[in-house]
Design a protein around this ligand. Structure first.
Ligand SMILES: [Zn+2]
Length: 337
């Protein structure tokens, strides 16, 4: 019995020593580490699981700069393993692999004009400053409907404020130019319309050249220097005729055929010819230099009856043409010129 006990003790001793030797050998050769896997794939080894986990979480929760949020596509798994002491841990590489599987979403600010995105900046403050600057120099008539829209992107590059401001300024310049072109075009269109209207009214007068069935023609070519009905400081009464300026001696033809009822000097009219066309229509040709026809002469539209002059109340050579219907002067420009 004593011997048996002794033998057992001896065996146990050997076993214990053996175990110790193996343990010492194992401890010398191997070390415990954490194998990190991502979606089943080993990405490396770390010595301190908690420290690595903390770093990963800090990275995910980071809200620095323009980061809006981060989402991990896969989270790492940690398994305690014994590896050869020669095996180095590589926390840095593990973290890099984990970060590669995390998507970062950034917040940026888009400046809109009439609801359309025109420029992007990194901060809302920059966006507000740009809008203020653009609005400060804008013409009141040119509407700059500017706004700020928050945008989210996974592809972030820092956008310079100056660059955004420059591009918006360019748009503003274009808008101003377009506005000015539009204004100029409108003015041009108005001018053309006015010209067309003037031409149309002239044509209308020329076309109407008929009074009480009597076809009229112009007595002289020239420029209108005073219109019918006008009143100036030098005149005491309303102008009863139309003044047509032209050079001295220009031949005057009657507006239509008729009979000469007056041919001679008559006060402020100077040398005057009056022709009766019938139907109560008479025409007056005043300030003449010379008279070529006498009372009672029958003339037609082709007869030269007098020459332009400046006799009577006149400041320069012109024909004062008067048309009277039943004794009342009418505006010659209703029918001629
Ligand atoms: Zn006159």
């Amino acid at each position: 019995m004593k011997y048996y006990t002794k033998e057992v003790c001896k065996t146990l001793k050997i076993v214990l020593i053996g175990c110790s030797v193996i343990t010492i050998a194992a401890v010398i050769k191997y070390k415990p580490v954490y194998a990190v896997t991502l979606s089943g794939k080993t990405i490396g080894y770390v010595a301190d699981k908690e420290k690595t986990e903390k770093k990963v979480n800090n990275y995910i929760n980071d809200k620095e700069g323009n980061i809006a949020f981060r989402i991990a596509n896969a989270m790492p798994d940690y398994n305690l393993v014994f590896v050869s002491r020669a095996q180095e841990t590589d926390e840095k590489q593990v973290l890099m692999a984990v970060e590669d599987n995390i998507t970062t979403t950034y917040e940026i600010y888009a400046i809109t004009l009439d609801g359309e995105k025109k420029a992007e900046v990194s901060s809302e403050e920059d966006a507000m400053q740009i809008i203020e600057e653009i609005k400060a120099g804008a013409n009141e008539e040119i509407e700059m409907k500017l706004g700020i829209v928050t945008e989210y992107t996974n592809d972030f590059t820092v956008i310079s404020k100056d660059q955004a401001l420059a591009s918006l300024n360019e748009i503003k310049t274009q808008k101003i130019a377009a506005y000015e072109t539009k204004k100029a075009e409108e003015a041009k269109a108005a001018r053309i319309a006015a010209q067309k209207k003037a031409i149309a009214s002239t044509t209308q007068v020329a076309a109407s050249g008929v009074i009480s069935g009597l076809q009229l023609s112009i007595p002289v070519n020239g420029s209108i220097s005073s219109r019918f009905g006008s009143r100036s400081a030098s005149r005491s009464s309303i102008h009863t005729g139309l003044d047509i300026s032209t050079s001295l001696g220009t031949g005057i033809r009657p507006i239509a055929g008729g009979t000469v009822t007056y041919a001679g000097y008559k006060g402020s009219y100077g040398n005057l010819i009056i022709i009766n066309h019938g139907n109560g229509i008479e025409s007056y040709y005043a300030h003449c230099n010379e008279l070529y026809v006498g009372v009672g002469a029958n003339v037609d539209a082709g007869t030269t009856i007098a020459a332009v002059g400046s006799t009577g109340n006149s400041t320069g050579p012109h024909l004062h043409l008067e048309i009277r219907v039943n004794g009342t002067p009418v505006n010659p420009q209703q029918y001629l010129y």
